[in-house]
Design a protein. Structure first.
Length: 134
């Protein structure tokens, strides 16, 4: 259930809840976790960790807890022995499916241009002796 935005929510202002949400959504591991759950459906913790190369247990746990707190991911404990825990994207989290997909496709479509820009920058900075912002 969406509500009308409050006029005083300003993501550029420190401490604003909208800024906190943008920080969460823009986080590297958040993007990858939500993207994976949006594409694959419910997953167990170990399956998510295997899929997200490079994520530590601590970072994945922190990310999943924060996403659950924000209502973007649902954690379900199945009463089995041993207990089985699954994570899935919520209805609210699913509203990010298209924006995340668009970012993923953009990164794939424009990777060659980004790599070329990096090479130009690195050559320029490598030959310069000044600090950024000078």
């Amino acid at each position: 259930m969406a509500t009308a935005p409050q006029a005083d929510w300003d993501p550029y202002a420190s401490g604003c809840p909208s800024r906190e949400v943008l920080d969460r959504i823009g986080d590297k591991w958040t993007v990858l976790v939500l993207g994976e759950l949006a594409e694959s459906g419910a997953k167990r913790y170990t399956a998510l960790r295997r899929k997200l190369d490079g994520v530590s247990e601590k970072m994945l746990t922190q990310t999943l807890r924060a996403l659950e707190r924000d209502g973007l991911v649902r954690r379900t404990i199945h009463p089995e022995i041993p207990p089985r825990v699954e994570y899935e994207i919520t209805e609210l989290g699913a509203t990010l499916r298209e924006p995340l997909r668009a970012l993923k496709l953009w990164s794939i479509d424009h990777m060659n241009e980004v790599l070329a820009a990096r090479a130009v920058y690195d050559r320029r900075i490598g030959s310069a002796s000044h600090e950024p912002g000078d």
